[in-house]
Design a protein around this ligand. Sequence first.
Ligand SMILES: C[S@@+](CC[C@H](N)C(=O)[O-])C[C@H]1O[C@@H](n2cnc3c(N)ncnc32)[C@H](O)[C@@H]1O
Length: 330
Amino acid sequence: MVEQGPEDDPTVLHVPVMAGAVAERLAPALDRPDAVYVDGTLGMAGHACLILDRCPQAVLVGIDQDAEALDVAGRRLARFGSRVRLVQARFDDLGRILDDAGVTHLDAMLLDLGLSSLQIDRAARGFAYRVDAPLDMRMDTRGTLTAADVLNTYPPAELVRILREYGEERQAQRIVRAIVAERGHAPFTTSARLVQTIISALPAAVRGRQSGHPARRVFQALRIEVNGELDALAGVLPVMLERMNQHARAAVLAYHSLEDRIVKRAFAEAASDLAPAGLPVVPEHLLARFTLLTRGAQRPTAEEIAKNPRAASARLRVIERVRPSTGEAR
Ligand SMILES: C[S@@+](CC[C@H](N)C(=O)[O-])C[C@H]1O[C@@H](n2cnc3c(N)ncnc32)[C@H](O)[C@@H]1O
């Protein structure tokens, strides 16, 4: 018997972010027999269901590193039968995943970065700072590094770097001093003590000036470190671009500026001519292989944010291959 989770409860609403915009951008690339759609962050398959419904000729390679997400997605996608192939892996393993699936090139790909509602809402996964739960934060529970390990074993300077770089936390020094003093008494195991440590490390004046929950940036930083999120993103983009057929499209939904910066740079570079600056006429073979379909990042509408507050920070960037790379199949 399949165990029931909150995702099976019809009152729990999972709303895929900017789903209409994503489907509209990707659909033209999936309008041919056996077009390959890769969802690198399948989650609860909200986007994937919509795209498979809208693009009846497409087949899906659905990737997620979270076994629980794949289980839910598998049930939601069952009605699409043999059009669906699911893989538990990190998306930066894309080259191997496609090779194993016998697919050389893809026609559309989506990366909807960050956490799924399932991960945020399940207290036991340890991602939420508003409930007391074990400091875990692994998206792939086969991994060995947890948030508690990071907090209890990393040298102070490394913790400061992580909070500054991945959390953009200005009070990193202060917070790490408090964490190191606390872990000297007893190792951190659950989130409530960490939240309390963060709050007590911040002077009232600083707390008053900050936007959002005082623990938000530290939790973001720990999550990025535990899951190697930025390395995975930087690793997948060149492989994704390389494996795109001519006229293939790729969309990335980012939720904070660190992720978005990586996507913006990789897409801008791919959409630039390969000719040295100042060349009066760019020869055909040096013209850019890609074009940006979004000028800047596309944001959700105010109406969508009102209905789905989790969409508020979303930034969508979409790119299309307009010229083949040398030796490409199509
Ligand atoms: C925001 S959710 C995706 C939601 C999905 N678009 C939907 O409509 O249900 C992000 C998902 O990507 C997965 N994920 C994040 N980073 C990953 C990575 N590097 N490799 C594979 N999966 C990843 C997470 O486990 C999570 O399930």
